[in-house]
Design a protein around this ligand. Structure first.
Ligand SMILES: *Cc1c(COP(=O)(O)O)cnc(C)c1O
Length: 245
């Protein structure tokens, strides 16, 4: 027997509300304004109907991991992205040979996964050529886990300053995926490290770095810890859609 799709949509709506409440509760514990924390919905493997359902429930930020999936799904969201009702971010690896495809679609407003100067420079050139400006974030591997992408924390500030100086790109902040650990101290130390990088880069006020204030960190299992460490954007998938098989 198949589950009626309406049941899924109701569940998505309820889970979206529950996530918003988690953000509000986590912010209040540490005395932060929940309005300073955006929720990006990570929609990998979800069909367009599910994405539209969460947007309908109030989501304004969508994140896709794989370029191919992004390109397949964005036509079904073009009305919402085009009107500015929703912003779509790329939160997974971007290969240089996919840059044109991502820019051509025009749907992506931010690439969160910049982790090399070579990638940033290629993106900058294409943005310049097409006369557009793109928001980007520098992805940092705060845990040092080999399975994770991102520049090392030691090299992050230098890469960020380089990106900030490139034409066609607007450095918006920093992104990380937390340590794969249930130890609060370990996970929070990683998030604190990302915050320190942000402060190191945005603090002195060098040209192009003043806008680099965003901290994209925290997912379904650790968003409270990320908010305690200053996250301005949490990326949530399974808490809204259920666990992926
Ligand atoms: C899937 C994914 C998320 C969301 O993870 P959940 O644990 O499902 O909330 C966040 N960020 C990135 C980069 C992801 O790939």
């Amino acid at each position: 027997m198949t589950t009626p799709i309406t049941a899924d949509l109701t569940a998505i709506r309820e889970r979206w509300a529950a996530v918003r409440q988690r953000v509000i509760d986590a912010a209040s514990i540490v005395g932060r304004d929940p309005a300073d924390i955006d929720v990006l919905v990570a929609t990998k493997t979800q069909p367009v109907e599910a994405v539209r359902a969460v947007i309908d429930a109030g989501a304004r930020l969508i994140g896709e991991n794989r370029v191919q999936e992004l390109l397949t799904k964005t036509p079904g969201l073009a009305d919402l992205a085009g009107s500015g009702a929703v912003n779509i971010h790329l939160i997974g690896t971007l290969q240089r040979n996919k840059i044109n495809a991502v820019l051509a679609g025009g749907a992506v407003s931010c690439v969160q996964s910049i982790d090399t100067a070579v990638l940033a420079e290629a993106l900058s050139r294409r943005c310049l050529a097409s006369g557009r400006e793109l928001n980007v974030m520098v992805q940092v591997n705060v845990s040092g886990e080999s399975t994770k992408s991102g520049v090392t924390p030691d090299d992050a500030a230098q890469l960020a300053r380089h990106v900030a100086a490139l034409p066609g790109l607007q450095l918006h902040g920093f992104m990380t995926i937390g340590a794969r650990s249930s130890d609060e101290r370990v996970v929070r130390a990683g998030f604190a490290r990302l915050r320190a990088v942000r402060d190191q880069v945005a603090g002195p006020g060098e040209p192009g770095t003043q806008t680099a204030t965003a901290l994209s960190m925290g997912m379904s299992s650790d968003l409270e810890w990320a908010i305690a460490e200053g996250a301005t954007l949490v990326r949530v998938g399974s808490a809204i859609f259920g666990s992926r098989n």
